[in-house]
Design a protein around this ligand. Structure first.
Ligand code: SF4
Ligand code: SF4
Length: 439
């Protein structure tokens, strides 16, 4: 018998907490002391009554029991289907944002030689996605499929983008598939013109536009390569889209530049545009030191940003889901799309993730010869907090989404490590929940 790794003593509420079945238990001081000392606790010194009590409450477990619990989660991850395709339309970008993961040389993200995805490469990627999704259990409840046009800046490859959308349309019609396929264009918004707006409207595209707040906040981080702020261009595009009734989702990257003004930025967005959703994104690690407790501050800022948005009936569905986990605790799915996502890059390479092109860690081969048995794919499919010993001993294990593998790689050199920003962020949310700040 050993102490269960899933029970934890939480000092703030003087109770024991189970990280997987989300139970709270009060316990005697002797039992609390055992959990406080955990690694150096001598169980043989416990009285018979205490041992009985601990046994009855499930405070002990065997290695076999723990392994069974963990294996169940890992199996679900390994069985996941490919449901998402990222088309990296260009590895070029016309901006130089201060927090961009792709820019720093140490990040191992986009290669330096900017290239566009060719029509042949788009064709191959879409045919591969068609072949993979055809094998999926599409009748399963909650089933979804998504194609994201991404970069760099995807609008730098407008010809390719139009070709891709037409081809998706053709596949949908000819093969009678992808009935509920979501198509997303993830753009910095600076190249949106009337022609693109017509195109987006005609094809009912979902646009995600990066905007970090009002002019002075946005421009302090999101700049053109000559150092000039991009706010005016993005703002003009958003106004035109609103006028033409083209729906868009404002993507706010929570960075040191706006972390103290997040509610203000959200209030500005909600009062100036007819939006019903926003997305607040955590930064990915860029290998440097931000000089602040970024994860903790981001948790607090996002919670108040969320409360501000609620006043306007606007929500961030992803953040909302995280908060719902606390209201009705259940085991969170991994937030990392790797293992259900493939990313096609200019040059014909296929990757497990859109963010690590340059380091080879996510390389799956060519789009035309992808074999799911390849080592890198198997490695990414296995990646989970349940295969990380440090996570297994963490009180937030069940509620945590495991963070971003690319961010972990940039921070420490391994995709299987902890994503430091996400880890600090979700732990702070757990603390805020215990404090009653999350209802
Ligand atoms: S590693 Fe990060 S960027 Fe890549 S798919 Fe996972 S969450 Fe997304
Ligand atoms: S990533 Fe951090 S918060 Fe999440 S389970 Fe691992 S150690 Fe805990």
């Amino acid at each position: 018998m050993k102490l269960s790794p899933f029970w934890h003593y939480i000092e703030k509420v003087d109770s024991l907490w189970h990280s997987l079945n989300f139970e709270w238990r009060k316990a005697s001081q002797e039992i609390v002391d055992v959990f406080k000392k955990r690694s150096c606790a001598d169980l043989s010194l416990l009285s018979y009554e205490t041992k009985e009590q601990m046994n009855k409450n499930g405070f002990f477990s065997t290695i076999a029991e723990d392994e069974k619990i963990i294996a169940t989660f890992l199996l679900t991850k390994r069985k996941s289907e490919i449901k998402s395709l990222y088309l990296i339309m260009s590895t070029n970008c016309n901006l130089a944002c201060s927090y961009c993961l792709y820019a720093p040389s140490q990040s191992g993200s986009l290669s330096k030689s900017g290239k566009n995805l060719t029509q042949k490469e788009i064709f191959n990627a879409l045919r591969l996605f068609q072949a993979k999704t055809c094998q999926n259990k599409r009748d399963a409840p909650g089933y979804w499929e998504q194609i994201t046009f991404y970069g760099g800046e995807p609008l730098l490859n407008m010809k390719g983008l139009k070709f891709g959308i037409e081809m998706i349309d053709r596949i949908k019609r000819e093969e009678r598939i992808w009935g509920n396929l979501k198509i997303i264009i993830d753009t910095n918004g600076t190249l949106i013109d009337d022609d693109f707006i017509d195109f987006a409207k005609k094809n009912q595209l979902s646009l995600q536009i990066s905007i970090d707040g009002p002019r002075e906040i946005h421009d302090s981080a999101r700049k053109f390569k000559n150092g000039k702020g991009t706010f005016d261009r993005v703002h003009r595009a958003m106004e035109k889209l609103s006028k033409e009734k083209v729906k868009f989702l404002p993507l706010i990257t929570v960075s040191p530049a706006n972390i103290n003004f997040l509610p203000k930025s959200i209030e500005w967005l909600c009062s100036n545009f007819a939006i019903d959703e926003i997305a607040m994104n955590l930064l990915m690690h860029t290998g440097g030191d931000l000089g602040i407790s970024y994860g903790k501050l981001a948790a607090e800022a996002m919670l108040s940003g969320h409360n501000t948005a609620k006043r306007f009936n606007v929500c961030d569905p992803v953040f909302d889901d995280v908060l719902k986990r606390f209201a009705a605790p259940n085991i969170a799915s991994e937030i990392c799309g790797a293992g259900i996502k493939i990313a096609a890059f200019p040059g014909g390479n296929l990757h497990a993730c859109q963010a690590l092109e340059n380091c080879g860690e996510g390389l799956l081969g060519q789009t035309t010869d992808f074999d799911e048995k390849c080592l890198n794919w198997q490695e990414w499919k296995k990646r989970s907090r349940f295969s990380n010993q440090n996570c297994l001993r963490c009180p937030v294990l069940g509620l945590c989404g495991g963070g971003c593998a690319a961010s972990a790689f940039v921070a420490s050199g391994s995709i299987n490590d902890i994503d430091p920003y996400y880890c600090e962020w979700i732990k702070k949310l757990f603390e805020l929940w215990i404090d009653g700040e999350i209802k």
